[in-house]
Design a protein around this ligand. Structure first.
Ligand code: 6GU
Length: 234
């Protein structure tokens, strides 16, 4: 998979060189390119923003640098790219959207700052590629960079080969619509706290049933919105 990121803060993305995604990059499972939006400005101050039409606080990113950046990125051979605009006004980013995007050959993240990007940019890009505006959750970040990083990590680890043991992807939170059960390792007793007895026996059926009950209980307690409204088992 190839991922392009357009931002005024390329240095944010240095951390993509560490840990799992860093290895995936070195092994060429993920090809990541970070582009500085200011390379597409032509004034001495490399201006990317201006005041909003209609008034209001804050600044809006001007369309011209974005237009140039996309002209370059959507040139030859990018007709099937999906363009993601991280924004608190987008559709929620979920594990199922991460799974869907992990199948794509090419993703482009357009990271806005200030009060957002002139709305004509997404409108124009949508005539040339699939565009989605995506939010991490119901809170406000200063820009799309941290959100893009979270999305790239969630998507990247689903690309085949990035996570060493694919079985670990199946058992985690949100894969079955539930939060994950608690996990334990050695020692069996630590500071007076015991690992649940059932996990120390070899009864795999009992262990699976215990884990499912724990997952359901935890989901009911902290995320009842994830469970079907009729109260039926997920
Ligand atoms: Cl995707 N961007 C920004 N700026 N703030 C957010 C967000 C995205 N998701 C939640 N808050």
């Amino acid at each position: 998979m190839r991922v392009d990121i357009v931002t005024i803060f390329p240095e944010f993305f240095g951390v993509l060189d560490v840990s799992l995604l860093g290895r995936a990059r070195r092994e060429q499972l993920l090809e990541l390119h970070v582009h500085d939006l200011r390379d597409h400005t032509h004034d001495r101050h490399r201006t990317v923003d201006d005041t909003p039409y209609g008034g209001g606080a804050g600044m809006v990113m001007r369309p011209e640098p974005w237009g140039e950046a996309f002209d370059e990125l959507l040139g030859e051979g990018a007709a099937d790219a999906v363009v993601v605009f991280p924004t608190p006004a987008g559709v929620p980013f979920t594990q199922s959207l991460a799974r869907e995007l992990a199948e794509e050959r090419r993703l482009i993240f357009a990271c806005g700052r200030y009060e957002g990007i002139d709305a004509r940019v997404a409108e124009h890009v949508a005539t040339r590629a699939r565009v989605i505006e995506v939010s991490l959750g119901d809170y406000v970040l200063n820009g799309g960079e941290v959100a893009a990083m979270a999305m790239i990590e969630a998507i990247g680890r689903l690309v085949p080969g990035v996570v060493g043991n694919p079985a670990s992807l199946v058992e985690e939170s949100h894969e079955e619509g539930l939060l994950e059960h608690p996990s334990y390792t050695k020692p069996a007793t630590w500071r007076g706290l015991d690992v649940p007895e059932v996990l120390r026996g070899g009864n795999h059926g009992a262990i699976a049933a215990w884990r499912r009950e724990q997952a359901l209980e935890r989901t009911r307690r902290v995320r009842p919105d994830l469970l079907p409204a009729d109260g039926a088992d997920a």
